[in-house]
Write a protein that binds this ligand. Structure first.
Ligand code: ADP
Length: 459
């Protein structure tokens, strides 16, 4: 068992703060890194120490410089690095270089990341263990002929996907042959530009599915449990906006089948640390694996609320070498995970819904946040006088409500968003409230096309 003394967080904003909190509760000293553009950001003040990186680099590139980050960690006597989400969190080279420097990477191994981190390779893993996947071709497509053959065979619409895609980017819905031919090259070019790899694959496009994902935790001895599911169907442009758990529209049998399939995939790669196995469920109730995220996710919070398990602390303890059945983690078997109540997470962003969600930037003149029974806030840079820069993700604060019924959790979410006073910058608050109060949402019936089919919500 290694006891970490100092953990560096190779990230910024709300997730960096979330990880610092977990470390401090475990008695671990924290080290922040920050770019020049983030020199006034709140997150760096929440760590015990913070260091400027990427002096001559851009605001994003600063957080992507593997060698600089590892050198700094070595110089500061850091024994483990937590990558958060985004940036280097799914980069196998970063894992390898951490290992070479004798620094523990808080996450899966390099090999596991390679096996499940890419959308094509993870689909192959799922198929091998008999987990249903969306019909498609599980290899990079090199010619239009292959695409046309597949689409003729399975019928339109189809979806072109970048193997390395993420964050809802690198996906195109194609409804006919002409569109397929015209989209192929541009999809490849776009993938190359956005992700550095031009590998594209094709699969059937499912109309109106739900997005259901399962949180898993695995230790270094091969034990794995799931922490049940989240419904992340409320999306705009394939990006999640509101997530909740339990996904109460699922029958108990369906929930069990999906969670067991998630475990099957985790076990087949001997997965360790926290991960999420994502599925789409079509309107006939069939579920299909779509991808696996080998890292902490933005919406991990709601699972924590209903299970009482601190996922970030579990990640750290697993990396230290604790097994799931140790008294520190205390998850000796699947039965030791139980779910109580309902939780909903809303992502308050500095975007203007009236202007096609353009990110707003500038100074926050007034910032008063919500509080009270059943509300948890995981925030980044929200405070009076803070300046929101154009360089990063527009997530300002996550409001996470918890209650004994879904309706009550939704009411608390609305109450908390109304309680905020944020002036000087535009937010998506009114838009979130419109969703939370919608009958379809309250009935748990939203699918991934809900927002597209309800334009009135944007007013
Ligand atoms: P990312 O890694 O960018 O988040 P995902 O593979 O998780 O991409 O997919 C994000 C969302 O895109 C899904 O939740 C779903 O709404 C939509 N999507 C992905 N694949 C399909 C598909 N084959 N049919 C219909 N919708 C899809």
């Amino acid at each position: 068992m290694k006891k970490f003394k100092r953990v560096l967080v190779a990230n910024r904003g709300e997730i960096a703060i979330r990880i610092f909190r977990a470390c401090h509760e475990l008695g671990i000293r924290t080290v922040a890194i920050y770019s020049h553009e983030d020199r006034k950001s709140l997150f760096r003040t929440k760590a015990d120490e913070s260091y400027l990186i990427g002096k001559n680099k851009g605001p994003i590139e600063a957080y992507l410089d593997i060698d600089e980050i590892i050198n700094l960690a070595k110089n500061k006597g850091v024994d483990a690095i937590h990558p958060g989400y985004g940036f280097l969190s799914e980069n196998p080279e970063f894992v390898r270089k951490c290992n070479e420097a004798n620094i523990e990477f808080i996450g899966p191994t390099e090999d596991m990341m390679k096996q499940v981190g890419d959308k094509i390779s993870s689909k192959i893993v799922a198929k091998e263990v008999g987990v249903p996947t969306i019909p498609g071709i599980e290899k990079p497509i090199n010619s239009e002929k292959e695409l046309l053959k597949f689409a003729d065979h399975c019928g339109y619409p189809v979806m072109l996907k970048a193997a390395a895609g993420g964050g809802g980017r690198g996906m195109r819905i194609v409804r006919d042959e002409d569109e397929l031919i015209s989209s192929f090259q541009s999809a490849k070019n776009e993938a190359k530009k956005a992700f550095g790899i031009d590998s594209i694959f094709i699969e059937k496009y499912l109309e109106n599915p739900k997005h259901i994902e399962v949180q898993i935790l695995g230790d270094k001895s091969g034990n794995i449990v799931h922490l049940f599911e989240r419904d992340c169907s409320i999306q705009r442009r394939h990006q999640k906006i509101i997530e909740f758990t339990p996904a109460f529209s699922l029958s108990d049998e369906k929930r069990k089948a999906i969670c067991e399939d998630a475990i099957k995939i985790g076990k087949s790669v001997n997965y360790r640390n926290a991960g999420t196995v994502e599925f789409l469920v079509d309107n006939k109730g069939n579920h299909y694996f779509i991808e696996m995220n080998p890292r902490i996710q933005v919406e991990h919070t709601i699972t924590e609320m209903v299970t009482g398990i601190d996922i970030v602390q579990s990640q750290i303890l697993i990396a230290e070498g604790y097994s799931l059945d140790s008294s520190r983690i205390n998850l000796p078997n699947q039965e030791s995970v139980d779910v109580r109540g309902y939780s909903i997470q809303c992502r308050i962003t500095t975007e203007d819904p009236k202007n096609n969600f353009a990110p707003d930037t500038g100074k926050i003149d007034v910032y008063r946040s919500a509080n009270g029974f059943g509300i948890r806030l995981d925030g980044g840079n929200g405070y009076t006088g803070s300046v929101i820069s154009p360089y990063y993700d527009s997530l300002l604060v996550k409001t996470i409500s918890y209650s004994r019924t879904f309706e009550d959790a939704a009411r608390k979410a609305v109450r908390s968003i109304r309680e905020f006073a944020i002036k000087g910058i535009k937010t998506n608050s009114a838009f979130l409230i419109n969703i939370l109060m919608h009958e379809t949402f309250l009935n748990g019936e939203c699918d991934t096309n809900f927002l597209d089919s309800h334009p009135e919500i944007f007013d």
